[in-house]
Ligand binder design. Structure first.
Ligand SMILES: C[S@@+](CC[C@H](N)C(=O)[O-])C[C@H]1O[C@@H](n2cnc3c(N)ncnc32)[C@H](O)[C@@H]1O
Length: 185
């Protein structure tokens, strides 16, 4: 934690909204986090208050420039200018993480997060901010979410909990789940 605690408004950050609604997993000081879709670093900077290291992946040059400004003041954020769909590019720079967070509002966002599961340690948490309207405009949001949940289950994720964030962020479901710990089987 750097300096005093800051107010983290749920309207400005989907992750804050998830915690306001009471469904976020605990983040502790030793946690390593891989954050996909860092944008200009708003949520990244808040999460970095609570964690050890945040690897922040962002593809677009404009938000990336702002993210670099945020990184100047915080030594525990590592900016990674890359496409989250090609994790092999940044694999040499990222360690195994306790939490994988994704907020990239793309049609293929579930597939992209599945490709990054390799970085998540067994028993670690995944938080997927699913923007249903980006996945399919005509399909029922509940159905889109169910399909995403099935894909996550098939990929070895358990304890799946869905929280709709509509009160703060329209068309968004936060899917929180845990990577199966093979030692527990
Ligand atoms: C909804 S914004 C993220 C907002 C941010 N998470 C926050 O709360 O401050 C989505 C971001 O994902 C980025 N993005 C989209 N596709 C991406 C990809 N394939 N790889 C990395 N970043 C991507 C976009 O450029 C955009 O900045």
């Amino acid at each position: 934690m750097i300096g005093p605690l800051r107010v983290w408004p749920p309207e400005r950050s989907k992750l804050a909204a998830l915690y306001y609604l009471g469904s976020g997993p605990e983040i502790i000081k030793t946690d390593q986090i891989l954050y996909l879709g860092a944008a200009s670093g708003t949520t990244v900077s808040f999460i970095a208050d609570y964690a050890d290291v945040v690897y922040a992946v962002e593809i677009a040059p404009e938000p990336l420039a702002k993210l670099l400004d945020v990184c100047n003041n915080r030594m525990n954020i590592l900016p990674i200018p890359a496409d989250a769909a090609t994790p092999l590019v940044y694999a040499p720079f990222v360690s195994t993480v306790d939490l994988l967070y994704q907020d990239i509002a793309q049609k293929e966002q579930v597939e992209i997060v599945l490709n990054n599961l390799v970085f998540l340690k067994s028993g670690g948490y995944l938080i997927l901010m699913l923007k249903t309207r980006s996945v399919a405009t005509q399909e029922d949001p509940e159905q889109i979410c169910s399909k995403a949940v099935s894909k996550l289950q098939n990929a070895g994720l358990d304890d799946i909990k869905v929280t709709w964030l509509d009160r703060y962020h329209r068309d968004h479901a936060a899917i929180v789940c845990k990577k199966r710990d093979l030692k527990e089987l």
